[in-house]
Structures are given as C-alpha cells and as structure tokens.
Ligand binder design. Structure first.
Ligand SMILES: [Mg+2]
Ligand SMILES: [Zn+2]
Length: 188
C-alpha cells in the first residue's frame, strides 16, 4: 500500500489552536480535489497528528473519537475516506504525568508513520508526508518517505537539521498533489 500521510492542523484542517469541537473543523481550501487526485493514483490517506493538548489536560483522549468522526464526515462529503488516524498525546513536559515522556511518536519522531506502516503494510519508500512545519517533514523523511512542506507561513523557527529538508515545497495541498502526481508519473 502507498500512503499519503497528512498532518492535521494547518495542513488538512484549517488551523484553530487546540480546537477539538467538531463543528469548528473545516477542510483546508482545495483539499477535496487535491486528495481525490492522489487517491486516483492509488494512495491511501492517513492523518498523523501531535495532540499534546491531551498530555496537557486541555481535553481527553475521548475527544479524538469525535475529531476522527468529523474528519471522516468532512472527507466523505468530498467522496474521500481516511484509512488511518494516528495521534500522539505525549509531550516531554506534559502536565499530566502519564503523558510526560520522550515518546517515539511525537513528530519529528517517525513513530506514527512506522506504526501505520506495520498495521497497514505500507511501502514507506513509495509514500509521502505532507505537512505545514518542518517537524512534519522530518518525521516523513525519517520514516523513509518523501515529503512536501506546505509553505503557508506556519513554520516560524526553521530549525536546521539533516532530515529537515523537504523533497518539495508547495503553497497548498493542490500544489502538493500536483508535485506528487508528477513524481508518480515519472517513476512508472
Ligand atoms: Mg500542522
Ligand atoms: Zn507520543
């Protein structure tokens, strides 16, 4: 299986900090056509999301059930579906002790992508990570995927690092899908 790993906030969903209210979740502009192009090429869609709001006690893990259901609803309206939704509830300095750890899943760690690959038989070398900050890029690259950075002004630190260079940069999901489709065609 070939996957498109999507960051959630600011990439797939319009970014509202720490929002878990389903009714306030909206797809980013152009997400539907862009993701339909990718699914037509055989890619399956996965969301991989850092949710340290859980570790910091802003909301409980049960909020992710409603968020996942809303994601499914928004995508189904676009005739799309999600094959997997993974989130990391941890943070090294989380307020809730049970979530306070240096885990393997919080991006820029690649753990969520590696878990999805194990659970779904994903060919990571044929898969892509799309995100709006360099932690997404690094997670994708470390998992062995190619990566697209959406340059929407959400990355502000630009910390350097060997795994933090995206394969491509695009203004939005439509641009990312065009680049991935072009690379897909070139490889065949
Ligand atoms: Mg984001
Ligand atoms: Zn984690």
């Amino acid at each position: 299986m070939n996957a498109i790993f999507l960051d959630k906030d600011g990439t797939l969903i319009d970014d509202i900090a720490y929002n878990v209210e389903p009714q306030r979740m909206t797809l980013c502009s152009g997400a539907g056509p862009a993701l339909r192009l990718l699914t037509a090429l055989g890619y399956r869609l996965f969301v991989v999301s850092n949710q340290d709001g859980i570790g910091n006690g802003r909301f409980g893990e049960e909020a992710m059930v409603a968020v996942g259901a809303r994601l499914a609803q928004l995508l189904s309206r676009e005739r799309l579906s999600l094959t997997g939704f993974y989130y990391c509830p941890h943070h090294p300095s989380a307020a809730l002790a049970r979530y306070a750890r240096h885990c393997a899943c919080r991006k820029p760690q690649p753990g969520m992508l590696l878990q999805a690959a194990r659970e779904h038989g994903i060919d990571l070398g044929a898969s892509w990570m799309i995100g709006d900050i360099l932690h997404d890029v690094e997670a994708g690259n470390r998992a062995g995927c190619r990566s697209v950075l959406l340059d929407k002004g959400h990355e502000t630190e630009w910390l350097p690092g060997p795994q933090r260079t995206p394969t491509h940069t695009a203004p939005d999901l439509d641009g990312a899908a065009q680049l991935i489709a072009a690379a897909h065609g070139a490889r065949r």
